[in-house]
Design a protein around this ligand. Structure first.
Ligand SMILES: Cc1cc2nc3c(=O)[nH]c(=O)nc-3n(C[C@H](O)[C@H](O)[C@H](O)COP(=O)(O)OP(=O)(O)OC[C@H]3O[C@@H](n4cnc5c(N)ncnc54)[C@H](O)[C@@H]3O)c2cc1C
Length: 275
């Protein structure tokens, strides 16, 4: 994976503190976690070569912890680690399902949660999970730490509130009450970027989030309200059309994505508690 960055400047901090100092000194340093997105960008020339900082060895970023009610995942936690975690399986099973759909086993072993979030692709598999779970991101720089609600983090297509010199050090997930659900619709079952991805929590006020159907991952708040009020299928679909704005691209068409998103939503809701 690292061959694409060999020959480019690569700095390797030993601790998180050192990494944050390096970033403070040079905010244009590009953090490199699993490298699975950075590598592709370099290989395909979609990102200009830059100076990199390898954060993959920082144990302080790799953890799954239960902090009271909150499930905390380090930014450097890999999807493979999520798949092995009892705590995630118990508290956030929709994330385990998402982790299982991220690439194949080799990608899961390297790819991190922080990289998936910071890469800010609207098709990122974990993003609808964190949106539906009302997660909070913990961002840290050399000058301090701040918390940003996940649902406020994305400001536009591949734009985020991550500031210069900041790393995603953790994702905090409050208790999720109610059955969880996750579906990814792609061309193939494995190694496919999603056409539509949905995560949902069944509660009196349902929580539903989609990926790949708008410039950013989105909470479908109008559809949530329609479901909560007992609206019929046509009304729910109309509400959903206000929440998402699919595009035509090489993977799918806008109208297909809207229809599939509506079908996923209604089939989940109609499954009842077993969903
Ligand atoms: C073959 C293949 C298949 C894939 N399949 C899927 C898939 O099915 N679903 C999916 O969602 N993705 C998929 N991906 C994309 C990729 O694996 C994920 O987005 C992954 O989570 C990125 O994590 P990473 O650690 O490798 O990030 P990196 O490539 O290291 O970094 C990605 C971006 O995030 C930044 N960054 C990384 N960590 C942090 C941090 N802690 N704080 C701040 N910024 C940070 C980097 O600077 C960079 O801009 C695939 C990639 C490949 C190559």
């Amino acid at each position: 994976m690292r061959s694409a960055v060999s020959g480019l400047e690569l700095r390797t901090p030993d601790t998180l503190g050192e990494a944050l100092e390096m970033l403070a000194g040079n905010p244009s340093l590009v953090p490199l976690a699993g490298g699975t997105d950075v590598y592709v960008d370099l290989q395909f020339g979609t990102a200009a070569p830059a100076a990199y900082m390898d954060i993959s060895g920082l144990e302080e970023l790799r953890f799954v912890e239960e902090r009271g009610d909150v499930l905390a995942l380090g930014g450097g936690t890999t999807f493979a680690a999520i798949l092995r975690s009892e705590a995630v399986l118990l508290r956030l099973p929709m994330l385990v399902e998402a982790a299982a759909t991220v690439g194949g086993a080799q990608i899961q072993a390297a790819a991190t949660v922080g990289g998936n979030i910071a890469n800010a692709s609207p098709a990122g598999d974990s993003l609808p999970v964190f949106a539906a779970a009302d997660a909070t991101l913990v961002l840290r720089s050399a000058s301090g730490e701040r918390r940003v609600p996940f649902n406020d983090f994305y400001t536009g297509y591949r734009e985020t509130r991550l500031g210069p010199g900041e790393l995603i050090v953790a994702v905090e997930v409050p208790p999720v009450r109610g059955p969880q659900w996750y579906r990814k619709v792609g061309t193939r079952a494995a190694q496919a970027i999603s056409k539509v991805v949905m995560a949902a929590v069944r509660a009196r006020r349902p929580r539903v989030a989609f990926g790949s159907v708008a410039p950013t991952p989105v909470r479908a708040t109008h559809a949530e309200e329609a479901l909560a009020s007992g609206a019929g299928a046509a009304e729910v679909r109309a509400a959903l059309a206000r929440d998402i704005s699919p595009i035509d691209d090489v993977r799918s068409t806008a109208s297909y994505r809207l229809a599939v998103a509506g079908n996923l939503l209604l089939s989940w809701w109609e499954q009842g508690e077993a969903g």
